[in-house]
Design a binder for this molecule. Structure first.
Ligand code: F0G
Length: 449
């Protein structure tokens, strides 16, 4: 089958080009595998027009602010509101669920626990399908439809598939989901089903699903919506734009993200570098990436190979969203770690569960993969990489409701052995089964008083 370009006839490539991250080759079109035609490495989107007509920082920030008062769908989107720094499309072509516009919360309890008073959470779990994926998906799905595709596909640990299925449905495209059987949460699977995706549970892990999907897009006219797709990362950049706007363009010292396939860290890093280049911020926050100990390919690659080659691992973690052993965007992530002078850290299963409960105790809540950020921060403070007087933003990538099995298992004490459970007892709140009597309820109230 012929390779279908993402810039098929009739679609004008207005303000952007594709650039290979390894050999820097520039091209106007990308094949369906979104790999460099010369060396096979990943592509990123670049904006050559910025050199001639450099967007002016003050004009941009005031345009973004004034769009908040508009009721046009593109302006109501917390992604397309920043469209000046995105690949250009007509406003009417945009597939949007009003993504972005996510809250920035203070975390006073976690601040006390970590000894970092200026601690914030950027909660991407407050997106329409309850994860950060929506910010990238609105852009990539828009370009899929614009290029005339009927089918979109992704390999996923759950959130990408939920988001893709929703945006495909909104854009009247069909979607094909490849997920590892038994290794994604029911909540995420149920979203894909409800939004009408053809959902295949493959007897492999995420990395196996991704390999298969990449083979598939080379043979069938299916548009891939994994984070290999650079349009996804452009959309995910807006997380950082919106965050900096919430800080009134005074950068925090640290931004901490979970690392799985490493698309999100790459996107946020790209945004920070572009904002710096355009004069929107005067200095770069340090971007740090945290992985689960059992899925620590980036940590090992940085520590054992100086970030020069990928050390793949056989992934195992209860934080299923980041159960990835062969992250596709590892080179992009190494680049942003180096460029922003960020750190890379790993955390244990118990540390993840504890951090998740501590974030929950703030009345916010997140899914396990998001909680690695708080667990990682504790280590970064201990190692002196984060100083108590610095400001820190944790990027919470998914909503608490994404993985109820994890939360219930934790609170019921079903997750760990006796020793760990005892250490975690103050954070565990198991449900209590009672006879339906007033006495029983009052006694319970007294017991906890
Ligand atoms: N947090 C959550 C909740 C995720 O779902 C993911 C990735 C990550 C963090 C890691 O982000 O891959 O950009 O480094 N989920 C993907 C998926 C892989 O298929 O839903 P990353």
């Amino acid at each position: 089958m012929a390779v279908v370009s993402s810039s098929v006839e009739g679609v004008r490539q207005k303000n952007f080009r594709f650039r290979c991250i390894a050999c820097s080759s520039l091209s106007d079109a990308a094949g369906q595998d979104f790999r460099c035609g010369k060396c096979g490495d990943l592509l990123e989107i670049t904006y050559p027009t910025w050199k001639e007509t450099r967007p002016d920082a003050a004009t941009l920030t005031s345009a973004w602010k004034s769009r908040k008062l508009s009721s046009c769908p593109a302006d109501l989107s917390g992604v397309w509101r920043f469209r000046d720094l995105l690949p250009e499309v007509e406003d009417t072509e945009v597939i949007t669920l009003r993504e972005g516009n996510t809250p920035l919360y203070e975390l006073p309890r976690c601040a006390r626990i970590t000894g970092v008073p200026q601690l914030f959470a950027k909660h991407q779990g407050m997106n329409p399908t309850a994860s950060f994926k929506d910010a990238g998906m609105t852009v990539a799905a828009t370009f899929a439809r614009r290029a005339g595709f009927r089918w979109v596909a992704c390999a996923s640990t759950g959130n990408t598939s939920a988001s893709m299925a929703a945006y495909a449905a909104r854009g009247e495209m069909r979607s094909l989901v490849l997920v590892p059987e038994g290794k994604i949460s029911w909540s995420k699977l149920s979203q894909a089903l409800d939004y009408g995706a053809v959902t295949c549970q493959l007897r492999t892990d995420f990395d196996g699903c991704l390999r298969l999907q990449q083979d598939l897009v080379r043979q069938a006219p299916v548009y891939q919506l994994n984070s290999i797709n650079p349009f996804r990362l452009e959309g995910q950049k807006t997380l950082a734009l919106e965050l900096l706007e919430q800080f009134d363009w005074a950068p925090p010292d640290h931004i901490i993200v979970p690392g799985g396939n490493l698309g999100n860290s790459s996107a946020i890093g790209k945004a920070l570098l572009e904002m710096h280049e355009l004069g929107l911020i005067s200095r770069l926050p340090k971007l740090s990436v945290i992985q689960a100990e059992g899925a620590n390919a980036l940590v090992r690659s940085v520590r054992e190979a100086g970030g020069k080659r990928l050390i793949s691992v056989a992934p195992e973690t209860r934080a299923t969203a980041i159960r990835i052993g062969n992250p596709a965007s590892w080179k992009k992530a190494v680049h942003v770690l180096e460029a922003t002078r960020g750190a890379c850290e790993q955390v244990s299963e118990v540390e993840i569960a504890r951090a998740k409960a501590e974030i929950g105790a703030e009345g916010i809540g997140c899914e396990p993969a998001s909680a690695v950020t708080l667990a990682g921060l504790k280590k970064l403070v201990k190692h002196g990489f984060v100083k108590p007087d610095e400001s820190v933003v944790l990027v919470l990538t998914g909503n608490l409701l994404k993985d109820p099995d994890f939360t219930i298992g934790f609170h019921r004490g079903e997750m760990f052995g006796e020793e760990e459970n005892t250490a975690l007892v103050a954070l565990r709140h198991a449900p209590i089964v009672l006879d339906a009597s007033l006495d029983a309820v009052i006694q319970t109230l007294e017991r906890f008083n």
